[in-house]
Ligand binder design. Structure first.
Ligand code: SER
Length: 320
């Protein structure tokens, strides 16, 4: 690929992925597509930024033509929590946005489309421990429904049109640059901010809740490595399980207390508890390991140390 468009560049993953790709492909070759959210200074300073809404096909086409885009990464999505509050919006953004991108990529014979999926494709009847690559996909959230459909749609474009579409099932992603928005796993980010700001946190899921999680540097590595993998070596296309670590909220508290001994937590589970309970504890990612050499670097304690340091520095500068 020569010129990449990242749709959803202002989001939690998009903001960091765009910068990482600019380091590899060159600033001018990676266009940050943002919708309404103001892009960060870093995004504006390091390369082109354009207003892109995947639901506005004309605007999408004009950006693709202007920059001779030959690869699209679609990071725009309505996540699980927000999706339950507005299922029609989730369907519209997650499905119609995706098919607009796939159709444009097919018409322009683009080199690659990356469409992330999620652990939200799994549901309460899926095996919870070491969830296999091939398993029951019966999610109970609209977000999960759109992610299963998105995986199937991407695979369809591979088979029917020979378009190179790839995707991986992200676990909960934890980071300190851009806040996540509207996900069930957002508590695993918020806990670090509140630990630094006030040494206490009220958690919207209970202490026993265990989910697969990943630190942002591993998320960037997984995404970039999958993008660069040899197409012929891929035994899957849009649905790679990728694991890194899994832990309960209680485990997070232990890890944080190693740095902030008087940290306190209270639990007030809400509607997101049921969502979290429907997702796996851990995933089997041996296909990703075999096909494109996936291997995570961070565990819970390494991530906690890094998160608290980064957020602590922001706090000292009154940036949070
Ligand atoms: N982080 C997402 C969510 O919680 C899962 O992919 O909705």
């Amino acid at each position: 690929m020569k010129n990449i468009l990242v749709v959803g560049s202002a989001g939690q993953i998009g903001s960091e992925l765009t910068l990482a790709l600019r380091d590899i492909y060159g600033g001018g070759h990676v266009v940050a597509g943002v919708r309404k959210t103001r892009p960060s200074e870093k995004l504006v300073e390091t390369g082109p930024c354009e207003v892109v809404d995947a639901l506005d096909t004309d605007a999408l086409v004009s950006v693709v033509d202007k920059y001779k885009i030959d690869g699209i990464i679609n990071m725009a999505a309505i996540l699980s929590g927000t999706g339950e509050k507005n299922p029609m919006l989730a369907w519209d953004v997650n499905m119609n946005g995706l098919i607009n991108i796939l159709e444009l990529a097919r018409e322009r014979r683009m080199k690659q489309v990356l469409v992330p999926s999620s652990i939200a494709v799994f549901g309460p009847t899926t095996p919870v421990d070491n969830t296999p690559q091939e398993t029951i996909l019966k999610p109970t959230t609209i977000y999960g429904v759109t992610k299963v459909a998105g995986e199937l749609l991407g695979d369809y474009y591979v088979k029917k049109y020979g378009l190179d579409v790839r995707g991986l099932r992200y676990p909960g992603i934890i980071s300190h640059e851009t806040l996540p928005g509207g996900g069930t796993t957002d508590y695993a980010v918020a806990i670090y901010y509140d630990a630094i700001r006030q040494k206490r946190f009220t958690c919207f899921v209970d202490d026993y809740t265990r989910l697969p999680m990943m630190y942002m540097p591993d998320c960037l590595k997984a995404t970039i490595d999958l993008m660069g993998a040899d197409f012929d070596k891929l035994s899957h296309h849009c649905d790679y399980n990728v694991g890194a670590m899994d832990f309960t909220v209680a485990d997070m508290v232990v890890s944080i207390k190693k740095h902030i001994p008087d940290f306190e937590i209270t639990y007030e589970p809400d509607y997101r508890q049921e969502i979290a309970d429907s997702w796996p504890n851990s995933v089997d990612d041996s296909a990703a390991r075999q096909d494109w050499g996936w291997k995570p670097d961070y565990d819970l304690d390494a991530m906690t140390a890094d998160m608290l340091k980064a957020i602590g520095e922001k706090h000292e500068k009154s940036l949070i």
